[in-house]
Design a protein around this ligand. Structure first.
Ligand code: COI
Length: 357
């Protein structure tokens, strides 16, 4: 259990008036959580303090060798005004596995969740009220030891910031156009594809830039060995409904184990759907599309929620999915998941965690 000191700001910022203009991750709350690590004290000095820039030595290891990682989660405002988190222990568990891969000392599940709750409690008034909005929470860890040897840092900072946000994609719940990337790859066996480290995202930007220039929202990554099997999209996991059954890539090392992904699989199985976590070749996806069997495609992610895919372009072929409109299953998943997250539907699985009382 952390002993968290709270220092509140004397200069609260103006909260956004028009919540329809929030966008994603552009403004930040009044406070942040911080905690330091060194070898003598372990994780210590847990505190919620006014949001501010941080000062680091230019030789801090994070700037050179990218020993850094992050999580993404949200706090939701219910109709009764209360605020809740969604499966925060799953983010804590994933952060633990990320820390392990990056040789960063662990933060226990309990401490992680306690830290998130402490920040959200202090900044509770920043959780927006409008439909489709939430407080996006970004926990992250950086290597802060000042030295240039390539090694695990002896010092770290764990920080949590929060941002009232709307839809991640400008399209909102409207279908996105996705470009299948066949030149660059995101992850290879034995690498870091299954963790949330900034390096994965840095290396992906070139492909997103290319996709944006061509008029697409994101790229669909193929596996790094054969460039053949579908893996994930820039900021989401991806699902395919083919002839009534559901397919998504297995999370065995190169794919991020998304919490929205996991929740969708659990929901779809509870509805009696057949869900296959199995490798699926892109040429089969395109063939199923031609045969009229590719019924729906959607992405899942904390930031993106559920995002229907209306078009997939691979090499010179285009697959239009569900006439470019949202499919019935995609809509049902969106309604159910967001219904639970915003407290409009009963939480039969015990996924939500209240903030405060
Ligand atoms: C999330 O969905 O929380 C993510 O971290 C994706 C992203 C915005 C990089």
């Amino acid at each position: 259990m952390l002993d968290i000191q709270v220092e509140k700001t004397n200069h609260p910022k103006q909260k956004p008036v028009d919540e329809t203009q929030l966008g994603f991750g552009k403004i930040f709350t009044d406070h942040m959580f911080m905690m330091n690590y060194n070898q003598e004290k372990g994780w210590h000095n847990a505190r919620v303090q006014p949001y501010s820039p941080i000062t680091l030595d230019p030789s801090a290891l994070v700037f050179h060798y990218a020993q850094e990682c992050f999580e993404g989660m949200k706090a939701y405002r219910r109709a009764d005004g209360k605020v809740q988190l969604f499966r925060p222990e799953k983010n804590a568990q994933r952060m633990l596995s990320t820390h392990e891969r990056l040789c960063i000392p662990p933060i226990s599940e309990q401490d992680f969740v306690q830290a998130v709750k402490a920040l959200v409690e202090v900044d509770c008034d920043w959780v927006p009220h409008s439909d489709g909005t939430s407080l996006y929470i970004r926990p992250f860890t950086i290597a802060t030891e000042a030295m240039l040897g390539v090694k695990a840092s002896a010092e770290y900072q764990f920080i949590i910031i929060a941002s009232p946000s709307g839809a991640y994609y400008a399209e909102g719940i409207n279908p996105v156009r996705i470009y299948v990337e066949d030149q660059y790859t995101r992850a290879a066996p034995g690498g870091t594809g299954y963790i949330k480290c900034g390096g994965n995202y840095a290396a992906s930007i070139i492909a997103s830039e290319k996709a944006h220039k061509l008029g697409f929202s994101q790229v669909l990554w193929l596996d790094g060995v054969e460039r053949r099997y579908v893996e994930e999209v820039g900021s989401m996991n991806i699902f395919f409904k083919i002839d009534g059954e559901i397919y998504t890539a297995p999370t065995c090392g190169t794919v991020l184990p998304g919490i929205t992904r996991m929740s969708c699989i659990e929901l779809m199985k509870s509805w009696g759907l057949e869900v296959h976590e199995t490798r699926l070749a892109i040429e089969d996806v395109m063939k199923f599309a031609q045969e009229g069997k590719l019924e729906e495609v959607f992405g899942t992610g904390t930031a993106a929620v559920i995002s229907p895919v209306g078009e997939l372009v691979y090499e010179n072929e285009t697959a239009i999915i569900h006439n470019g409109t949202i499919g019935t299953l995609t809509q049902k998943l969106y309604d159910t998941l967001t219904g639970i997250q915003w407290g409009k539907l009963p939480d039969e699985n015990g996924w939500t965690v209240p903030i405060g009382g």
